[in-house]
Design a binder for this molecule. Structure first.
Ligand SMILES: CC(C)(COP(=O)(O)OP(=O)(O)OC[C@H]1O[C@@H](n2cnc3c(N)ncnc32)[C@H](O)[C@@H]1OP(=O)(O)O)[C@@H](O)C(=O)NCCC(=O)NCCS
Length: 175
């Protein structure tokens, strides 16, 4: 099993004062990861996965949670609700065949959007990717996802249209 990168665990305060913990995902997080996906609105789920899925298949869930923390890293944001921990956001990168490039994706629970979770996750993800030797990060975004496009532009990504698919654009940034 890959060594757990404990140094990436941190606690942050959101703009509305709520506290979240950011940490790399673990195989034991499969249940909260699945709950997170099921709980997303149809629109958010479609924006993230670009398909009509309602939940992750068993193999996808394993792929998303059992990772090597190097070529594939996922950071989750978790909060405590009552006596249990819930996942409220996740950002991941996966290394591309060209060795110093990786592809990212992110989603935040609808009820937690707009309070800075995505900015915290993306900043931490970019730092971790850079530390692991990646020099370039890119992601596919629906061309109609103006909120995400504004956000990544403010994070320093450039956005260009996708020759193969007019419905999506590629956001790309040197790290
Ligand atoms: C896009 C998404 C990740 C943003 O998450 P979030 O936690 O709401 O983001 P934050 O609160 O950190 O805010 C991100 C930016 O959006 C802006 N923003 C917040 N609420 C907004 C709104 N209602 N409309 C437009 N922009 C908004 C913020 O000002 C912020 O910009 P800044 O950090 O440069 O100031 C979230 O909306 C989401 O999960 N969408 C569905 C999945 C998706 O689209 N994923 C992208 C495909 S990879």
């Amino acid at each position: 099993m890959a060594d757990y990168p404990q140094g990436l665990v941190r606690t942050r305060e959101l703009s509305d004062g709520r506290a979240v913990t950011i940490r790399p995902i673990r195989p034991e997080d499969a249940e909260i990861e699945q709950d997170f996906v099921r709980h997303l609105s149809e629109e958010s789920r479609y924006s993230r996965f670009m398909s009509q899925l309602h939940e992750l298949s068993a193999s996808k869930l394993k792929y998303f949670t059992d990772i090597d923390y190097d070529r594939h890293l996922a950071l989750i944001a978790v909060a405590v609700e009552g006596d249990r921990e819930i996942e409220i956001g996740v950002a991941r990168y996966v290394g591309l065949p060209k060795h110093d490039r990786c592809e990212f994706a992110i989603a935040v629970d609808d009820a937690w959007q707009g309070s800075g979770v995505a900015r915290i996750l993306m900043t931490a993800l970019m730092d971790a990717a850079r530390e692991r030797g990646f020099r370039n990060m890119q992601g596919t975004v629906l061309a109609t996802n103006h909120r995400m496009l504004g956000f990544v532009r403010r994070l320093g990504f450039s956005v260009h249209s996708d020759a193969e698919d007019p419905g999506t654009v590629t956001a790309e940034r040197q790290l």
